[in-house]
Design a protein around this ligand. Structure first.
Ligand code: NAD
Length: 473
């Protein structure tokens, strides 16, 4: 148990009391992470004792951790998730009794399954020039497979009928496209579950118009981060959004919300999100009856009009403090389950340690190289110089783009060029080409320009392993 920062210790204390009152036989180990650890000079925010405890037990109930803004420290939350490779972030929301929202009565009950390790959140960033920043979006096939399988396994465990996969594969054809492709392959193994792909922006639109149509939504890290805050808004806000971070070696249960520092110590915070997270933890520990009791107690409390101050309650309710809310839940643990509560099993992430061997041999053919160059030259001048510079190599200049849009050969467009160009060079003579040819090309370019990175262009089994530029013919 990690009490955390801000409102963390208060809500964790309440949740612990409720969990104990359900009869769950849990022996707690309390460990630190977050602000106090940063303040003590540990830049990781997660002490070794906390890591050792989690490695031993494999389970944590965690309060929110504050991330110092604008300093060198990385988020202790992200560190914990990454250290234990908890690749699946499960974020369910459902309509809560007694909590009034514009969507009340529509039966919102859905789960966002967010990839938790990869994507832009790998945080691999570089200044390309003093004025151009880059963030690398890495998506792996194994990362896609395990998150997609987790979504289908969750649908099975919770008796849900549909899985939507939300991507931006129409724009990012290789990265987001890999998620979509994996989804379509894995879906075939779950014929009883309806599988639909949806573009992420349309999902945002549909979630606000008709949220009740969604059941399970699987998506990438960045998409999932944003969409799951939206879905929590559908059911009454962050105070009702619980989450589980699942991996092969550890499961970390926490509220989606942060440390809400303005309410720290004020006995005002809503512990419901962490209570819902604790119910997931109990199911993870196969304490299914205890989890059901906890949720029944929470539902009955809200239905009786007992709410914390952040909640827009149905008429007649007056807010209570954090501790009084916890006691009200304990008093109602024997309440019957809410009508329509779905029977739930633990969600077990699939163990995938390596990919199945590819069905076809992986034939990789070198096609060329993209070289990224810093210059204030015009595209025409740059093209002339690059053509001269590659004259004695086995490459020829095929195209120049600026932030992904073709600027040479001229397209008739009106791109505002910044000092960050890509020259696309194609190999003219395959037989002559060696790795040394690429170094030679870079040497020639270095004589005149500063290049900041280079990407090989390869065909994998005859399919280009790179995308065309915008406007490329
Ligand atoms: P926040 O979630 O703490 O607060 C957003 C808003 O929601 C605030 O108005 C807050 O008062 C309210 N709120 C949140 N939880 C509530 C609850 N249980 N009861 C009542 N009101 C609640 O987000 P923030 O202000 O952006 O971040 C504050 C700190 O939390 C930052 O240091 C941030 O890095 C950290 N954070 C941690 C986590 C985590 O531990 N998983 C997640 C998000 C943010």
């Amino acid at each position: 148990m990690i009490p955390g920062d801000g409102i963390g210790p208060e809500i964790v204390e309440v949740v612990r009391a409720v969990v104990e009152a359900t009869g769950a036989p849990i022996v707690w180990e309390e460990h630190a992470a977050g602000a106090a650890v940063f303040a003590a000079g540990d830049q990781s925010g997660v002490p070794e004792a906390t890591i050792a405890s989690l490695r031993r037990t494999g389970v944590a109930l965690k309060g929110p951790l504050a991330t110092p803004v604008g300093k060198g420290e990385k988020s202790a939350n992200v560190t914990l998730r990454k250290l234990f490779e908890t690749y699946a972030n499960i974020r369910p929301v459902r309509e809560m009794p007694g909590v009034a929202t514009p969507f009340s009565g529509r039966g919102v009950d859905l789960v966002v399954v967010r990839e938790n390790i990869e994507d832009l959140y790998a945080g691999i960033e570089h200044m390309q020039t003093p004025d151009v920043a880059q963030c690398l979006k890495l998506i792996s096939r194994i990362g896609c497979e395990r998150i997609v399988r987790t979504a289908f396994e969750l649908a099975v465990a919770q008796n849900r009928g549909t899985v939507h996969c939300a991507t931006k594969a129409n724009i990012m054809k290789l990265t987001e496209g890999m998620v979509k492709e994996t989804f379509e392959t894995v879906a075939a193994e779950y014929p009883s579950i309806r599988a639909e792909h949806i573009i992420i922006d349309n999902l945002a639109h549909q979630l606000v118009r008709r949220p009740e149509q969604f059941d399970v939504i699987v998506t990438t890290n960045m998409n999932g981060d944003i969409i799951s805050d939206l879905t929590s808004g559908l059911v009454g806000g962050l105070g009702f959004a619980g989450s589980a971070n699942l991996g092969d070696d550890a499961a970390i249960f926490e509220a989606v919300h942060g440390s809400a520092p303005k309410y720290a110590g004020a006995d005002r915070a809503n512990p419901a999100a962490l209570l819902l997270s604790a119910a997931m933890m109990l199911r993870h520990l196969d304490l299914l009856a205890e989890a059901d009791r906890l949720e029944a107690g929470l539902d009955a409390t809200l239905a009786a009009g007992v709410v914390t101050a952040d909640v827009t309650a149905t008429a007649g309710a007056s807010p209570v403090g954090t501790r009084a809310f916890g006691q009200a839940v304990i008093d109602r643990l024997d309440a019957p389950p809410r009508p329509g509560a779905r029977p739930q099993q633990a969600v077990r992430p699939p163990r995938i340690t390596r990919l199945a061997p590819p069905a076809r041999p992986r034939i990789r053919r070198q096609v060329g190289a993209d070289v990224f160059i810093e210059t204030t030259d015009t595209p025409t001048v740059l093209a002339e110089r690059l053509q001269q510079l590659c004259r004695d190599t086995c490459y020829t200049l095929a195209m120049i783009s600026n932030r992904g849009t073709v600027v040479w050969p001229p397209t008739g467009g009106a791109t505002h060029c910044i000092d960050h160009f890509r020259g696309r060079f194609l190999i003219t003579d395959q037989l002559e080409w060696t790795n040394h040819s690429l170094t030679r090309l870079l040497d020639e370019i270095s004589g005149h320009y500063r290049w900041m990175h280079v990407e090989r262009l390869e065909e994998i089994d005859g399919t280009p392993g790179f995308t065309a530029a915008q406007g490329q013919r």
